[in-house]
Design a protein around this ligand. Structure first.
Ligand SMILES: Nc1ncnc2c1ncn2[C@@H]1O[C@H](COP(=O)(O)OP(=O)(O)OP(=O)(O)O)[C@@H](O)[C@H]1O
Ligand SMILES: [Mg+2]
Length: 230
C-alpha cells in the first residue's frame, strides 16, 4: 500500500502515545520526504508551555509543526473552548489548513486530541468529520496501549472508523514495556485478529525520553510496512 498524503494519528484514548508515535512517523518519513505536522486543537497548556507540536519538533527535527488552537483546560477541546468562551476553528478550517500544508509538503501528519470521537471544533465535530472534508487521500493510524483493555478499545476505534468509511493504515502500539507481562505479550499477538487491522508499529517504552538524535536514528526500526516500504 502506498502511503496517502495525509496521515491522521488518532488513539484509543488520551495518553496512549499519539505524540510520540507522530514524532516517530515524522522522523521516519522525513528521511525521504518533506513533512508537516498539525495539531488542530491543543488543550491543557498555557501560552508559553510546550504543546504536542513542539514535542514533535523536538523529537523528530521536523520544523513545520502547527497548532490550530490552544486552550488552557486539560479537557476535550469542544468543552475547554466552551468554558473559556473561545471560538474554535471549524473542521472545514482545519481541513483547509491541511490542504495549505499539503501544497508545500509531501506528507501532512495530523494528531487528534484524545480518542477518535473527541470534538475538535465548537460543535463536537472531530477527526472523522475533518477527514471527510479532505480532498486528498488520507488514512488513519490508530495508536493503542499494550496492556489489558486494549483489544476492546482498539476494536471499538476500528469499528467506528470503518463504519464511517475511512481508510485505516494500521495500529501502532505507543509504548511497549521492555519486560512484557502476560497481557502485553498476548495482546501484541491478538491485536490484528481482533481488530482486522495490521499492526504497523511498536514504539518501545521510554522512547519519548531518548535524546533527539537517538530517537531519530531509532525511529524507522519501530515500524514495518507500509511505513518502511513507502
Ligand atoms: N514510547 C514512549 N516512551 C516514553 N514516553 C512515552 C511513550 N509513549 C508515551 N509516553 C509518555 O506518556 C505520556 C503520554 O504520551 P503522549 O503525550 O504521546 O499521549 P497522547 O496520546 O499524545 O495524549 P494526548 O491525547 O494528550 O495528545 C507522555 O508523558 C509521554 O512522554
Ligand atoms: Mg498528544
Amino acid at each position: 500500500m502506498s502511503l496517502p498524503r495525509v496521515m491522521i494519528v488518532t488513539g484509543t484514548d488520551t495518553e496512549v502515545g499519539k505524540t510520540v508515535v507522530t514524532a516517530a512517523l515524522a522522523a521516519t518519513l522525513a528521511r525521504q520526504r518533506t513533512v508537516a505536522m498539525l495539531k488542530p486543537a491543543q488543550t491543557g497548556v498555557g501560552p508559553h508551555d510546550a504543546g504536542d507540536a513542539d514535542e514533535v519538533r523536538r523529537l523528530s527535527g521536523v520544523d513545520s509543526v502547527h497548532e490550530g488552537a490552544r486552550l488552557r483546560d486539560p479537557l476535550a477541546p469542544t468543552t475547554a473552548a466552551r468554558r473559556e468562551g473561545m471560538a474554535l476553528p471549524s473542521v472545514l478550517e482545519h481541513a483547509q489548513k491541511v490542504h495549505t500544508l499539503a501544497a508545500s509538503h509531501d506528507v501532512v501528519l495530523v494528531e487528534g486530541s484524545g480518542g477518535l470521537l473527541v470534538g475538535l471544533d465548537g460543535h463536537g465535530a472531530g477527526l472523522p468529520e475533518l477527514a471527510a472534508e479532505l480532498e486528498l487521500p488520507c488514512g488513519f493510524v490508530v495508536v493503542a496501549r499494550a496492556g489489558l483493555g486494549t483489544l476492546n478499545h482498539s476494536g471499538l476505534t476500528l469499528e467506528a472508523l470503518r463504519r464511517r468509511g475511512h481508510l485505516v493504515l494500521g495500529l501502532v502500539v505507543g509504548s511497549v514495556p521492555q519486560t512484557r507481562g502476560l497481557a502485553e505479550q498476548t495482546n501484541l499477538e491478538s491485536l490484528e485478529a481482533v481488530t482486522g487491522a495490521p499492526l504497523i508499529g511498536c514504539v518501545p517504552a521510554g522512547a519519548g525520553s531518548l535524546p533527539a538524535d537517538e530517537f531519530r536514528s531509532a525511529a524507522p526500526s519501530w515500524f514495518g510496512p507500509p511505513i518502511t516500504t513507502a
